[in-house]
Design a protein around this ligand. Structure first.
Ligand code: XMP
Length: 509
């Protein structure tokens, strides 16, 4: 495997994803927690990430890297490259010419193993305020751009390299070739990290970890992560996996029944718990979004706990945690490391003395989908849009009543079904309808109406952190609007949300 030492760059996860796409396993570690290479013979190479810091700042990360260099091949990217150059006695200074964005490699040593297959003129992406002015003795420039003399270097006689551009971003058009040269040719990693390989090794690991009589509990939501976790566990331990799927009364139209049916079709041992009434009574009269979220969360834990305690011999609680939830994020200001905790089931593990098992904790979201496809998860679940835990509860602005849920489920059903019919569902990242606490005047026939307003929300995004409103065709929006107003009694006006995130959020509450 490859280890990426993170210095806090926004691109660190992209480096990991590019390496994984080459079917090579890699892990991200904060620079403060580098693994001990002498004890980890399976580490074939190290990548040093970029950073928002400048190596010239007094409090910038500056760990001693010499022990790495003598052990395995090392590739410094941007900050990583500048740090190695500075530690070797070179000079890193503020760049006089802007070194952000697109640049072209004007000279390349094409025989160099790191640059093999790259073409002169290759576009690379720069993003740095500093530049390497002079290289230390024993360092050799191997590529440059018209503005950046040292775009890439090597340390003579050892497999250590630095590059000032970012090969991990797609704007560096041959960046992937460079990463492949490093991890496959130079480090000698085999390209065997495939979904099939993952399934085999995860199943074996689960069988070795979970005792032969142990029962495992897993909360299912109909989402991709929990469903893939269920399939993996099912393959490992069969019916000793007890899935619990709670209907909180805030799911989409027909979702509870259809997802339960899909799970049963997959042979999973799942209990569906219809608990809508309990959630509605916990929510009665609440209008504040945070209070609503808390009431939903609290009720979920009560219902789930009650159900879980019926499972005799339960020893484990499984969770669909994925890699981005686990990566310890480097906070460069103050150089501390924060570790996210990811328990969304309250105090159940302590109360029932359960151990936690997280079979997807090393996977990125796209890898979870690939594993799901390998395990036969139907497209209906595999390609499902993200859906918030509190469900329609945060899409009904103001207080929640069963009547409002029914209204929203029907309007949302129209929107989602039409997106699917028009082949637009997979083109947007997330879509849904918001029921607004507003009534407006309309006419229907000869009568004036005074009914509710809904807002359609559809966004494009990669990870939900930033998003743009989806530019859906006018004709399509017109069809959705007509159908909702004609079919859902109680709604007489439909508007379309054209706000991006930031500054707006995807949900309205
Ligand atoms: P926002 O509205 O913050 O949403 O732009 C980003 C993503 O997070 C989802 N979301 C939630 N998911 N519990 C969840 O499990 C919540 O309370 C919650 N609020 C927002 C939202 O659907 C979107 O995918």
């Amino acid at each position: 495997r490859i280890v990426i030492l993170d210095f806090g760059s926004q691109y660190t996860q992209l480096i990991a994803r590019r390496i994984r796409e080459l079917h090579v396993f890699c892990e991200i570690h904060p620079y403060t927690h580098a693994p001990n290479l002498t004890l980890s013979a399976d580490i074939r190479g190290v990548v040093l990430s970029g950073s928002p810091c400048s190596v010239r700042d007094a409090d910038a990360p500056n760990p001693d890297l010499s022990h790495l260099l003598s052990h395995v091949p090392v590739l410094g990217v941007c900050y990583g490259a500048q740090l190695l150059a500075q530690q070797g006695g070179g000079e890193v200074l503020p760049a006089t010419i802007r070194e952000y964005g697109r640049a072209r490699l004007s000279h390349i040593n094409q025989h160099h193993p790191l640059l093999h297959g790259l073409t002169p003129g290759s576009q690379v992406w720069m993003s740095h305020g500093d530049t390497i002015k002079t290289l230390p003795e024993g360092f050799l420039a191997i590529a440059g751009t018209p503005d950046v003399q040292v775009a890439a270097y090597e340390i003579e006689g050892q497999a250590t390299y630095g590059i000032q551009f970012h090969p991990e971003v797609t704007h560096s058009t041959e960046g992937k070739q460079l990463i492949k040269n490093f991890v496959v040719d130079i480090c000698g990693c085999t390209q065997s990290w495939t979904p099939e390989h993952f399934v085999d090794s995860a199943v074996t690991a689960l069988q070795n970890t979970i005792g032969p009589d142990d029962q495992v509990i897993l909360g299912l939501s109909g989402g991709v992560d929990s469903s893939v976790a269920a399939l993996l566990l099912h393959r490992a331990i069969g019916p000793r996996l007890h899935g619990i799927f709670v209907d909180n009364g805030l799911l989409r139209q027909d979702e509870f029944a259809s997802v339960l049916k899909a799970y049963e079709g997959l042979g999973l041992n799942v209990t569906g718990v219809e608990a809508g009434a309990e959630f509605y009574s916990a929510l009665a009269g609440l209008t504040d979004p945070e209070q609503k979220r808390k009431a939903i969360g609290r009720t979920f834990i009560e219902v789930f706990d009650r159900e879980a305690q019926k499972v005799e011999g339960a020893r484990w609680l499984a969770q669909g945690t994925i890699y981005p939830d686990v990566i310890e994020s480097v906070s460069v200001h103050g150089s501390s490391v924060t570790i996210k905790s990811h328990h969304n089931v309250g105090g159940l593990p302590e109360k029932m003395n359960l151990k936690i098992v997280e079979p997807l904790r090393m996977l990125f979201k796209d890898e979870v989908r690939e594993v799901g496809a390998t395990l036969g998860l139907p497209g209906e679940i595999l390609n499902r849009h993200p859906f918030p835990g509190p469900g329609l509860g945060i899409r009904i602005l103001g207080d929640i009543t069963p009547e409002k849920v029914d209204l929203l489920q029907r309007a949302d059903g129209v929107f989602i079904n039409l997106l699917k019919e028009h082949g637009l569902y997979d083109k947007v990242w997330q879509a849904g309808v918001m029921l607004l606490p507003v009534q407006s005047v309309g006419v229907m026939g000869d009568e004036r109406t005074y009914e509710r307003v809904v807002a359609l929300r559809a966004v494009t995004s990669v990870d939900g952190m930033t998003a743009d409103w989806a530019h859906l065709p006018y004709e399509f929006l017109a069809e959705v609007s007509n159908k909702i107003i004609n079919q859902v009694r109680g709604i007489n006006r439909v508007v379309y949300d054209i706000s991006s995130k930031p500054p707006a959020t995807i949900e309205w509450e």
